[in-house]
Design a binder for this molecule. Structure first.
Ligand code: SAH
Length: 224
C-alpha cells in the first residue's frame, strides 16, 4: 500500500523550479508544459519514502516494480503531443498518474488505462483527491480504466492523441484504428532500448518521425 506526503513544503516548490530550469536546459521549450511541471506536486505521485527525491530529474520506483517516468521524458512526450487542450487523449500505462495529470493540467480529456489492478485502484483514488485537485487551474478531466492497453479503449475511440508510456515493439493496428484523422500517437518503440516515435495519421495514412533514445519498462500483454 502506498503512503503519500500530502503537504507541499516550500522546499518542494523550490525544487520544482530548479527541475524546470534543468529540463529547459535539456531542450524543452513549450511554456505550458514547463508550467505544468512547475505547478504539479510530483511528490504526491510516489511513496512518502521517495518524496524528497521527487524533484530529481529521474524515474523513481512505484508499486508493482513499475516506475514513474523521468520528468524530462514526461515533458518530451507531452511536447510531441502538443497542442492537447480540448483534445481527447488515450494514455496507455497509467502507472503513478503523473503523465495523465500533466496532460489534464494542459486541458486534455485524458482516458488512461493500466494493466495492474492495484496500481489502477491506487492511482484512480489519487486522481480524485481534493488535495491534488487544488493544483489544477480547472477541474481536470481524467478517466481511469483497468485493462490491457494493447486493445485500447474501443468504446471511447476515436482519440485525437494516443501516448504510450511503456516500451512497445510494434504498434498494433488496433491502436492506429482508434486514432482519429490528423491524430498523433507518441510511443517509445523498441526492445532493450527504445526510439521515441511520433506517428501522424493523415487521410488514413500513417507517417512516422523518430526522436531520441529512451528506456521504459516493457508493455506487457494481459492484465494482473
Ligand atoms: N505514465 C506513467 C508511467 C508508468 S510506467 C507515469 O506517469 O507514472 C508504465 C506503466 O505501463 C506501468 O504502470 C505498467 O504496469 C503499465 N503497462 C504495461 N503494459 C501495459 C498494458 N498492456 N496495458 C496497460 N498498461 C500497461
Amino acid at each position: 500500500m502506498i503512503i503519500r506526503e500530502w503537504e507541499d513544503k516550500p522546499h518542494y516548490r523550490g525544487a520544482r523550479e530548479q527541475l524546470v530550469k534543468e529540463i529547459e536546459n535539456q531542450g524543452i521549450k513549450d511554456p505550458n508544459v514547463l508550467e505544468a511541471i512547475k505547478t504539479l506536486p510530483r511528490h504526491f505521485f510516489v511513496n512518502i519514502s521517495y518524496a524528497d527525491r521527487a524533484y530529481e530529474n529521474r524515474p523513481l520506483p512505484i508499486d508493482k516494480d513499475q516506475t514513474i517516468s523521468q520528468p524530462y521524458t514526461v515533458a518530451f512526450q507531452t511536447e510531441l503531443l502538443m497542442p492537447v487542450k480540448g483534445k481527447k487523449v488515450l494514455e496507455i500505462g497509467t502507472g503513478s498518474g503523473y503523465q495523465a495529470a500533466v496532460l489534464a493540467f494542459l486541458g486534455a480529456e485524458v482516458h488512461t488505462i493500466e494493466r495492474h489492478k492495484e496500481l489502477y485502484v491506487e492511482t484512480s483514488e489519487l486522481l480524485q483527491q481534493e488535495k491534488l485537485l487544488e493544483f489544477f487551474p480547472v477541474h481536470p478531466k481524467i478517466y481511469c480504466y483497468y485493462g490491457d492497453g494493447y486493445k485500447g479503449i474501443p468504446d471511447e475511440a476515436p482519440f485525437d492523441r494516443i501516448i504510450i508510456t511503456a516500451a512497445i515493439k510494434e504498434i498494433p493496428q488496433t491502436l492506429f484504428d482508434q486514432l482519429g484523422e490528423n491524430g498523433l500517437l507518441v510511443a517509445p518503440v523498441g526492445d532493450n532500448y527504445q526510439i521515441m516515435t511520433k506517428f501522424t495519421k493523415k487521410k488514413g495514412k500513417i507517417k512516422e518521425e523518430t526522436f531520441g533514445t529512451f528506456l521504459f519498462v516493457p508493455m506487457i500483454k494481459g492484465t494482473e
